[in-house]
Design a binder for this molecule. Sequence first.
Ligand code: GUN
Length: 302
Amino acid sequence: MTAKLIKGTEIRDEILKELKVEVDKIKEEHGVVPGLVTILVGEDPASISYVTSKIRTAQNLGYKEIQDNQSVEIKEEELLSLIDKYNKDDSIHGILVQLPLPKHIDEKKILNAIDPDKDVDGFHPVNVGRLMIGGGEVKFLPCTPAGIQELIVRSGMEIEGAEVVVVGRSNIVGKPIANILLQKAKGANATVTVAHTRTKDLAFHCKRADILVVAAGVPGLVKPEWIKPGACVIDVGVNRVGEKISEKTGKKIAILKGDVDFDEAKEIAGYITPVPGGVGPMTITMLMRNTLRSLKFHLGIA
Ligand code: GUN
C-alpha cells in the first residue's frame, strides 16, 4: 500500500479529546455545559442507531442531552410546537431532528422552524446562506462536509491552491464541501470543480484532482485509473452491498462498500479514507463541535 490511510476513528478520538478539554474549562469558568436535543420520529432502526450514538457521544463529553422520541403518528403541528419549545429553552444550544421524517410531515417546514442559531446540523437556509457568504458570517458548517475538511487538514495534505474535484452535488455533502473548500480561509482556498450524473467525462475531471471527494452513492463508481498518483481521495460513499455475521458480536451486519475501489486505489493515491472508518465517524464529532460552538456564541466567547 502506498497511500497514507486517513483514519477517521483516530481523528475523531483526537478531536473529541480537544472538545472535552474545552467543555470542562467552560463548565469551570461559566458554570454551563452545551445542551443538545435530538428529536427522533418513529422507530426506523438506522435512525435509532444514529441517534443513540449521538446521545452517547454527548454524554461522554459531559453535555446536557435530551433524547426526545416521538411516535410516527405525531402531527406536523405538534412537531413544530416541540421545536418552538426547544427554541425557547436557554439550556439547549443545539436542536437536531433526525431525518428522514415520515411522509405526512413536510421536512423542509420542520428544518426551517429550527432557530438558525441552534441549527447544529447546518441545514437551515440561513446557515446555508452564511456558508455561501463565508468569512465571519459562518456559524455552523454542516457536519459531514466539516468532517471531510478536518480529515484533509489533519492528514497534512495541502488544500490551498489544490485542484479539488467533488463528485456529487447533494445539499448534504457535495454542494457544501465544494463551498467550504473554495472559501478564502485557512484549510480552504482550493480550485473546485463539482461533477455529477450529467457530467460528460467524469474520468477526465477525476484524473485532474489533487483532492478527490466522492459522494455519489454508487459503489465502485471511481475507477483506480481515474486517480492521479499521489492524490488525496475522500470516499463518502456508504453503500450496503450485502450482509455478514460480525466476528465480534455474532450478529448480522451490513457489508459496506465505498464509491471508490479501495484495494486498487490505495496503490495509486497519496492519502485515502477507508469505508467504514473514514468519513463516517466525523459526522457526530462535528455535531458535537457545532453544539459547543453554539454555547460559545451564546456566552459571547466564540
Ligand atoms: N439522517 C442521516 N444523517 C443525518 C444527519 O446528519 N442529520 C440529521 N438531522 N438526520 C440525519
